[in-house]
Write a new protein. Structure first.
Length: 321
């Protein structure tokens, strides 16, 4: 099926994209079981890449090779080297990575594939890649920062959408109350917790056991309700500006989906591989750290600190009570 979708250079790009996603799932989910599929899968993808037009399709075709690197790095690099494709793959990869690797998945896959290079003995890494090690290191930390930022933005917007749905429910609730006309427009209410508190007060008022409560109880409940209304804060117009930098990419185009890579935290994976590399390739590591920019050193230190926090949190979460 993959061959049928990808091999034909005249096939619609949407069909080729579907083929790329199909083989990606197989590579991610069948580690160690489809070695024989890797070389022909990469070869078909790179041949189709020669005539690919849209940047999105180029990314998906490249990711066949990137997934193969995560699957088995040495095996994949040896095959790319035998075909003379290594330098070409990395060159195109780095050309597209800033603007076209827009999904969280694209960025994380790149982090995992590039970081895997640090797991090999330096002498076994192709010369064309050795000469780019500083660029690769700085690219990884840049991608990690972008991935974290985009994930946080995705989670924030998902939370806002959930709150917006709650507000819609609240609007329907208030619409049923004939004597609260002044609250018809709730679009700008910012303090959603306070709104829920108001809703609770109203429900309590409406659900009293006595269908004809005395005027004193009603008055007290309405006073409390009015007081709560007065505590609501309203946002300034600028608070509604949630525009994203288009170069950062938005959410995953395919919606929410899970992969085996979700089990791997990119911060922890990167820091672990770099630590092992620093102990195994002392001279190369020292030269690398001496040549990277001060900004990159600062970001790397922050990533190391965050990875320690993530590791500690994960350890505590799995401790036996």
């Amino acid at each position: 099926m993959y061959k049928k979708l990808v091999a034909d250079p005249k096939a619609p790009e949407v069909d080729t994209a579907a083929g790329c996603k199909l083989i990606e799932v197989a590579i991610m989910c069948c580690v160690g079981r489809i070695d024989a599929w890797i070389p022909p899968s990469i070869e078909l993808a790179l041949q189709r890449l020669e005539v690919a037009v849209s940047p999105g399709l180029k990314v998906l075709l490249l990711e066949v090779a990137l997934n193969s690197m995560v699957y088995n790095l040495s095996f994949t690099l040896n095959f790319l080297e035998s075909k003379g494709w290594t330098a070409k793959i990395f060159s195109l990869w780095f050309q597209l990575i800033d603007k076209e690797f827009v999904r969280i998945h694209d960025k994380k896959l790149s982090v995992l594939a590039l970081t895997s290079l640090f797991s090999l003995p330096f002498a076994q890494i192709p010369q064309s890649i050795q000469s780019q090690f500083q660029t690769i290191f700085e690219m990884i930390i840049k991608l990690i920062v972008r991935t974290q930022k985009q994930r946080e933005e995705h989670e924030r917007r998902a939370e806002e959408e959930e709150d917006s749905e709650d507000l819609d429910d609240d609007e329907e609730f208030f619409e049923d109350l004939e004597d609260i006309e002044e609250l018809e427009n709730l679009d700008d209410i910012k303090d959603k917790n306070k709104l829920k508190e108001i809703k609770k007060k109203l429900k309590e008022l409406m659900e009293k056991d006595d269908p004809t409560p005395d005027n004193k109880d009603v008055s007290e409940d309405l006073d409390a309700f009015a007081s709560a209304i007065g505590e609501i804060s309203f946002p300034a117009p600028s608070d509604h500006n949630f525009a994203l930098d288009p170069t950062e990419g938005a959410d995953d185009e395919d919606g929410e989906w899970s992969t085996p890579y979700d089990k791997t935290n990119e911060l922890v994976f990167f820091v672990q591989k770099i630590k092992e590399f620093s102990q195994r390739e002392v001279a190369v590591y020292n030269a690398l750290m001496a040549n990277i920019s001060n900004e990159a050193k600062s970001v790397f230190a922050d990533i190391v600190q965050k990875s320690e926090t993530v590791s500690y949190t994960h350890l505590r979460a799995h401790e036996t009570p």
